[in-house]
Design a protein around this ligand. Structure first.
Ligand code: NOJ
Length: 530
C-alpha cells in the first residue's frame, strides 16, 4: 500500500468568516469559498481545513457549537456545504471540517436541558455541574482558571456551578457520560457520509478531566497558552476517546483526523498519533520559534523526533496485535493559524518581518510531512492593528482589556481593487475592518507580480509537487552560525538568519525568497538549490 494522501499533503486553512463574502453581509460564507476555489487550485493545495461552520451563537466564532450536524445560517446551509465539497472534489481538493468534542455552546439543547433540570439529574451529568465551596457554596468548586481569563466556573440560578475551560458560553462536556461519545460518533458519520474527507479536532488533548477535579497547583498561566504541567489537559484517559474516534473514521477509507494537541513532551505527543489514534497532530514548535537558526533547528529536530518515537498501539481494551501497523508518525508543520499572531509581525514586522516570513516559507515547504498554510499567509499579510472598539475575541473582555486576543490575524482577505473591502464583500463595513494599506497585498495585485509572496508560494508549491514522492528524511549540512541548511532527497534548503551575507551552498539555484547577489545569500533570505 502506498503512502496515504495526507502524509505529504499541503492543507490550506480557510477561516470562513474572513475568506470571501458571497451575500453581502460583511462576513465570509461557504458560497464565498466555493466561488474562490480557483485561488486554492492555483496554489496547488491538496486539501482545505474549514474552521467551524456549524450552528453557533458565535461567542468564540464557531467553537461554541449549538448543533454539530447543521450549518450556521451565517455561513449558508447544508446545500451550500454540499456544493463546496462537490466543487472542491472536482478540483481534486479534499475538505476537512472542524469539530469541537471538548465543549458545546450554552445554546446546545443538552445544556439548555441541563439548566432546566435539577442538580444531580442525568441532564446535568453530561457536563460538569458541581456545588460550590464555602458556607453557601458561593466559591467555585475548585481553583481552575479559564484559558480565556477569569474563573473556569460559572454559577447558575440554583447555586450550582458549571465548568468551562474556555468562555462561559463553552461548557465542558463530560466524556465519561456515554452520551458524549455516542453523539460524537453520530456527528463524525453525518459529515463523512456527506463526503467530507476528515476533521480537525479541537482541543484534542482536553476531553478527559482529572478524577475528582482537584485544584491546579499553579493558576498563574498566561492566557491562551497550554502548559505541559497543567493537570487539566493531556490526561491518560483521552487516548481511549481517540481510539473510539479512529475506529469510526476507519470505516471511511482515506479520511483523516488532525488533532490540536498542545503537548510539548515528545514521548507524550507521540501517543496521540499511535496507529489507532489520530492520523496527524499539530506540532506547534515551528510557529513558536523565533527567526533564529538555533531555535528553528531545535523546532524541526524536536518535531521529527516526536513522530519518530511513536510506538505501536498498547491498549488493554483494544489490542491490534493482529494488524500491526507502522510505528512512525507523520510530522506536521505550520507557521500560522487563526490563534496566533501573523508570521510577518512575529518576525519583526515591516520589510524585515516580511522577508523573514518569506524565508520561512521555503523552510516550511521543504520539510517532510504534512504542511498547513493559513489563509492570508500566502499573501504575506501582517497582523492587522485594530481599534479597541472592534475587538471581538472573548479574551479581550475576559482579560479586563489587557490581552487583545486573536482578531488581528482574522481580518478578511484582500482579493482585488484599491480600497477596502478589497473584493472580499460588497459591503464596506466588514465584520472586522480591513487596513487600507493592504492594496498592494491583494490576490489580484500579487498574481500579476512575479516577485510577490503569492508568486513565491505558487512556485515553491509547484516545485514541492514536482518532487512529490520524495519522502526521505532531512540531513543537516554544516554551516556558519546563523545559517541553517538541510538537504532532503537532493533538494538543499538554506536560510540565513544572521546579519551578514553568506556564501550559497553549491548547486543550481531553484528558488529564493528574496533577491540574491551573485553567490551570496543575504540576511533574512532562504534559497532552494538542487
Ligand atoms: C482552539 C481553537 O483553535 C480556538 O480558536 C478556540 O478558541 C479554542 N480551541 C476553544 O475551542
Amino acid at each position: 500500500m502506498g503512502a496515504p494522501w495526507w502524509s505529504a499533503g499541503v492543507f490550506y486553512q480557510v477561516y470562513p468568516r474572513s475568506f470571501a463574502d458571497s451575500d453581502g453581509d460583511g462576513v465570509g460564507d461557504l458560497d464565498g469559498v466555493t466561488a474562490h476555489l480557483d485561488h486554492l487550485q492555483r496554489l496547488g493545495v491538496d486539501a482545505m481545513w474549514l474552521n467551524p461552520v456549524t450552528v453557533s451563537p458565535m461567542a468564540d466564532h464557531g467553537y461554541d457549537v449549538a448543533d454539530p450536524r447543521a450549518v450556521d445560517p451565517l455561513f449558508g446551509d447544508l446545500a451550500a456545504l454540499d456544493r463546496l465539497v462537490a466543487a472542491a472534489h472536482t478540483r481534486g481538493i479534499r475538505l476537512l471540517m472542524d469539530l469541537v468534542p471538548n465543549h458545546t455552546s450554552v445554546a446546545h439543547p443538552w445544556f439548555v436541558a441541563a439548566l432546566a433540570a435539577d442538580p444531580g439529574s442525568p441532564e446535568r451529568g453530561r457536563y460538569f455541574f458541581r456545588d460550590g465551596r464555602g458556607p453557601d457554596g458561593e466559591l467555585p468548586p475548585n481553583n481552575w482558571v479559564s484559558v480565556f481569563g477569569g474563573p473556569a466556573w460559572t454559577r447558575v440560578s440554583d447555586g450550582q456551578w458549571y465548568l468551562h475551560l474556555f468562555a462561559p458560553e463553552q461548557p465542558d462536556l463530560n466524556w465519561d457520560n456515554p452520551d458524549a461519545p455516542a453523539d460524537f460518533e453520530k456527528t463524525l458519520r453525518f459529515w463523512l457520509d456527506r463526503g467530507v474527507d476528515g476533521f480537525r479536532l479541537d482541543v484534542s488533548h482536553g476531553m478527559a478531566k482529572p478524577p475528582g477535579l482537584p485544584d491546579m497547583p499553579d493558576t498563574d498561566i498566561a492566557l491562551l497558552t497550554h502548559r505541559d504541567d497543567d493537570p487539566r489537559f493531556n490526561r491518560p484517559g483521552v487516548h481511549a476517546i481517540h481510539r473510539a474516534i479512529r475506529a469510526v473514521v476507519d470505516d471511511y477509507p482515506g479520511a483523516v483526523t488532525v488533532g490540536e494537541v498542545w503537548v510539548h513532551d515528545n514521548a507524550q505527543f507521540a501517543q496521540y498519533i499511535r496507529p489507532d489514534e489520530l492520523h496527524l497532530a499539530f506540532n506547534f514548535r515551528l510557529l513558536q520559534a523565533d527567526f533564529d537558526a538555533v531555535e528553528i533547528r531545535n523546532a524541526i529536530d524536536n518535531s521529527l523526533a516526536a513522530v519518530a518515537s511513536v510506538g505501536s498501539t498498547e491498549s488493554e481494551t483494544h489490542r491490534l496485535s493482529s494488524r500491526k501497523r507502522s510505528s512512525t508518525g507523520t510530522p506536521t508543520w505550520a507557521l500560522e493559524n487563526h490563534d496566533v499572531t501573523r508570521a510577518v509581525t512575529r518576525y519583526g514586522g515591516g520589510a524585515v518581518g516580511l522577508a523573514r516570513a518569506r524565508a520561512m516559507t521555503l523552510v516550511l515547504l521543504a520539510l517532510p510531512g504534512a504542511v498547513f498554510v493559513y489563509n492570508g499567509q500566502e499573501l504575506g499579510l501582517p497582523e492587522a492593528e485594530l481599534p479597541d472598539a472592534v475587538l471581538q475575541d472573548p479574551v479581550w473582555e475576559r482579560s479586563g482589556h489587557t490581552v487583545r486576543g486573536r482578531d488581528g490575524c482574522r481580518v478578511p482577505l484582500p482579493w482585488s481593487g484599491d480600497a477596502p473591502p478589497f473584493g472580499f464583500s460588497e459591503r464596506a463595513d466588514t465584520w472586522l475592518p480591513m487596513p487600507p494599506q493592504w492594496a498592494s497585498l491583494t490576490v489580484e495585485h500579487q498574481l500579476g507580480d512575479p516577485g510577490s509572496t503569492l508568486s513565491l508560494y505558487r512556485q515553491a508549491l509547484e516545485i514541492r509537487r514536482e518532487r512529490a514522492g520524495f519522502d526521505g528524511g532531512i540531513e543537516w549540512l554544516l554551516t556558519p552560525g546563523g545559517v541553517l541548511t538541510f538537504q532532503r532527497d537532493g533538494l538543499v534548503c538554506t536560510v540565513n538568519t544572521g546579519a551578514q551575507p553568506v556564501e550559497l551552498p553549491a548547486g543550481k539555484l531553484l528558488l529564493a525568497s528574496g533577491p540574491i547577489n551573485g553567490h551570496q545569500l543575504p540576511p533574512n533570505t532562504a534559497a532552494w538549490l538542487a
